[in-house]
Design a protein around this ligand. Structure first.
Ligand SMILES: NC(=O)C1=CN([C@@H]2O[C@H](COP(=O)(O)OP(=O)(O)OC[C@H]3O[C@@H](n4cnc5c(N)ncnc54)[C@H](OP(=O)(O)O)[C@@H]3O)[C@@H](O)[C@H]2O)C=CC1
Ligand SMILES: O=C1O[C@H](COP(=O)(O)O)[C@@H](O)[C@H](O)[C@H]1O
Length: 514
């Protein structure tokens, strides 16, 4: 995370503000395990390309791709060139570029080297030793079952020892473990080889500008924080819903499911941003301590507060979608959940009695990631001629995607002779105020890893604390053969999720709204 830049004149100036330039990262070799994988193609390459364009990579930065697929330096570059073209020039992509900048791409790929190897094989991995000198970051863009083995193998061949002031760091993808026990075991294995300071457990939600903006909103403005507590907040909703289904990822998704895929990582990070106590600084340890303190205060979930669903065939935004069970790599009798809704309680002074609702799911009617803080109703209804449903309580929406910004729902007088109120919105939109640069979410995180800033990465205890909360739901579901409630693709999810909130007199915000 960069220190606070000069962005203060926005209110007065009509000119859009651009991000201040960052210094170049130090020289480094980035070794990507899983060089032919989906993450590498879809997200890591566009992020490296954008970092190249922003001039943030060192002249002595290079990339070694490791994968078992046969190939050469040139064939790897060519293959990535094709997928870059496909992903960045897709008009539906988050940051559409009509054409790839050949200078940036050529400059980046000239630093690429490919090594065909099985990373579970010590001899083959040992060949990396001659190629990697000085600073190195090892990026484990591979399935979770390989994390422990690769770290141990890097240790065996002597690649992670930090010498002569050179750093050796390992980026570990998610999901980190599949429950509390396996996360603890994995941490124990990794921390036998690496110091905690060398481990970068990545969560790409933290690379999203709008997620980091939650901290900016809360702690960079005096107006919100006094209201940010049980006395004024009625409930909080955290949503990360998608229109895409499982697509070609059935083999990964089947043993994973929506809860492991999204909740203890992405949604808990959103929760931390919204609910943690103000840290005294943005230093990595201070922020991670604040998160830990919050996670420890979350009550372990009980099964009645955890709803699961699975999509059946339907139409999503005019497109026919197969049932989850008919997707490639998925069992015909699969009980894997593609939707989860949870109600969480936080037992601390600030949040006691305020329900935090979370939901995430695939093949839904709208794509929406946001946090909505619902404030309590104004205490005294002097507007007696206004129907009660028009006296909408205030809510503050932290819009993450597709809209990026902040929206405050307020009541205002409807013009006319009567004192009548209507619900309206005050909106801040990123694109109106700032010059946006292409960003797939991994740029900041890669840059932070190269510069040694761990603030946006998970510490071992943060990960375990999140698994502790959700573990009972996973255990209850594993023991319950009745399986998830079915919902039709293209709807807003299972009825059980609506009932979860209705029990408390609440309702989810609609998924399809701007
Ligand atoms: N894809 C995404 O959008 C996201 C992925 N992630 C995480 O990133 C990680 C990688 O995911 P993803 O890219 O989808 O996975 P993939 O399976 O697409 O990529 C992994 C790559 O590693 C190769 N591989 C497997 N075993 C070996 C081996 N023993 N030696 C050498 N190479 C091997 C695979 O080859 P082969 O195909 O032959 O098995 C494949 O090319 C996962 O932890 C995932 O959870 C996180 C966020 C988003
Ligand atoms: O990590 C994951 O995240 C994506 C959603 O991320 P987003 O940045 O596109 O919102 C999700 O589709 C995927 O299943 C999950 O593994």
């Amino acid at each position: 995370m960069d220190p606070v830049g000069e962005v203060s004149s926005s209110a007065k100036s009509k000119e859009k503000l651009a991000a201040p330039a960052s210094a170049k990262a130090p020289p480094c070799t980035l070794v990507i395990f899983g060089a032919h994988g989906d993450l590498t193609k879809r997200l890591l390459m566009p992020a490296l390309y954008n970092l190249t364009g922003a001039g943030q990579l060192n002249d002595d930065f290079k990339v070694i791709g490791v994968d078992r697929v046969e190939g050469s330096d040139q064939s790897w570059r060519d293959e990535l060139g094709k997928t870059m073209q496909e992903f960045t020039t897709d008009p539906n992509a988050e940051f559409y570029t009509p054409e790839i900048n050949k200078d940036w791409w050529g400059g980046l790929t000239s630093r690429f080297e490919y090594m065909q190897a099985d990373f579970t094989n010590l001899d083959q991995l040992g060949q990396l030793k001659q190629k990697v000198t000085g600073n190195a970051v090892f990026y484990l863009a591979v399935a979770g079952r390989f994390f422990g083995t690769i770290v141990e193998n890097l240790g065996h061949v002597g690649l992670i020892t930090q010498a002569d002031n050179a750093f050796r760091r390992v980026v570990i993808e998610k999901p980190f473990g599949s429950d509390l026990e396996s996360a603890k075991e994995l941490n124990a294995r990794i921390l036998k080889v690496l110091d905690e300071g060398q481990v970068y457990r990545i969560d790409h939600f933290l690379g999203k500008e709008t997620v980091q903006n939650i901290l900016a909103m809360r702690f960079g403005n005096g107006v919100f924080e006094p209201l940010w507590r049980r006395e004024y907040v009625d409930s909080v909703q955290i949503t990360a819903c998608e229109t895409v289904g499982v697509e070609g990822r059935g083999a990964f998704y089947e043993p994973t499911g929506a809860l492991r895929d999204m909740i203890p990582n992405h949604l808990f990070q959103l929760l931390a941003m919204v609910a943690m106590e103000p840290p005294n600084s943005f230093s990595a340890e201070t922020v991670r301590n604040a998160k830990e303190q919050l996670f420890e205060a979350i009550r372990t979930i009980t099964p009645e507060n955890a709803i699961r669903g699975q999509y059946t065939a339907g139409k999503v935004q005019g497109r026919d979608v197969l049932a989850y069970r008919d997707s490639p790599g998925v069992a015909k009798d699969s009980n894997t959940e593609t939707y989860v809704a949870l109600k969480l309680d936080i037992d601390n002074w600030r949040w006691s009695g305020v329900p935090f609702y979370m939901r995430t799911g695939k093949s839904l009617t709208g794509r929406l990631t946001e946090v909505v803080v619902h404030f309590k109703q104004a205490p005294f209804a002097i507007f007696q001629d206004t129907p009660v449903d028009k006296l909408s309580p205030n809510n503050l929406t932290l819009n993450i995607q597709p809209t990026q910004g902040v929206t405050l729902g307020i009541s205002a007088k409807i013009p006319g002779p009567k004192m009548d109120l209507g619900g309206v919105e005050m909106r801040f939109r990123y694109e109106d105020a700032f010059k946006l640069t292409p960003n797939v979410g991994y740029e900041t995180l890669l840059y932070d890893c190269l510069t040694g800033d761990e603030t946006l990465f998970q510490r071992a205890d943060n990960i375990e604390a999140a698994w502790r909360v959700v573990d009972p739901a996973l255990k209850a579901w594993a023991a319950d053969a009745s399986g998830p409630e079915l919902y039709e693709a293209g709807t807003s999810g299972p009825k059980g999720a609506d009932d979860l909130l209705a029990r408390d007199g609440h309702a989810w915000m609609p998924l399809n709204r701007d």
